[in-house]
Design a protein around this ligand. Sequence first.
Ligand SMILES: Nc1ncnc2c1ncn2[C@@H]1O[C@H](COP(=O)(O)OP(=O)(O)OP(=O)(O)O)[C@@H](O)[C@H]1O
Ligand SMILES: [Mg+2]
Length: 287
Amino acid sequence: MAKKTKDDTPIGPTGRPYQGFPIPAPLKAHGPARIIALCNQKGGVGKTTTSINLAAAFAEYGRKVLAVDFDPQGALSAGLGIPTHEIPTVYDLLLDTKRDVHEAIVHTHVEGLDLIPANIDLSAAEVHLVNEVARETILSRVLRQVAGEYDVILIDCQPSLGLLTVNALTAAHGVLIPLECEFFALRGVALLIETIDKVRDRLNPSITLDGLLATMYDARTLHSREVLERVVEAFGDDVLETVIGRTVKFPDASVSGVPITEFAPEHPAAQAYLRLARELVARGAVA
Ligand SMILES: Nc1ncnc2c1ncn2[C@@H]1O[C@H](COP(=O)(O)OP(=O)(O)OP(=O)(O)O)[C@@H](O)[C@H]1O
Ligand SMILES: [Mg+2]
């Protein structure tokens, strides 16, 4: 952050003045939740890492958070240290929307952060649900039961644009798109935006794009800087000012099953996710 504006504000990695977003004021009451889907059909871009750490960051600011694992790989559940065999998962809720959602909610060891886990069973969901009436709105109906109890619900989508992801987009108020600062970052984003537009048109008129989040950014490489520049050219202010740097701390933290905000709270990456939470509150995406 060497560059500065005329009045000495540093210029951030997205080329805009780097603001300090205020610490969110404590909430007097909780709910109803704003539901945010973390979505990108490209694999390995940081959806799950962002779900875990953003969820923990919101919890740290006193928000009541529900993280929904919506990927049969169960990486979000594993990353929060929750074993998923022989417990009710999101799949059971999808199959029986009358079932009490609380049966599948697990309290994580992070205060204020709950999880609806997933496991490989969920991979059968697309096949099972394809003949259901209103098959795109099943997750929405499930989450409606508990939305009043949380301030924010984050849905960690699988890397596909199939029926599960469409369910997540139909349930969501907003979408957050993590993008890895790599050469093909923008490939596929047009298709994703098109999918969001279709969902808005047919299923969920009020869905908004909450932002694109650059992840695995390495300020030392020209490549990372160029990719980010191109993303900002294409999406302007929809690109969140907070950028997540590339660091080995994330793989380390996932292995130990805790968010980086707990594993290494002083680490710049933990600070970045806290800042992301503050930015989303400042943008009005979360109370
Ligand atoms: N900022 C980062 N720096 C370094 N490594 C990271 C960072 N963010 C995520 N990773 C690592 O990159 C890999 C992919 O991240 P993650 O699982 O969050 O992506 P994903 O989009 O959820 O993947 P999938 O599409 O498979 O669900 C993981 O090994 C993770 O630990
Ligand atoms: Mg994932």
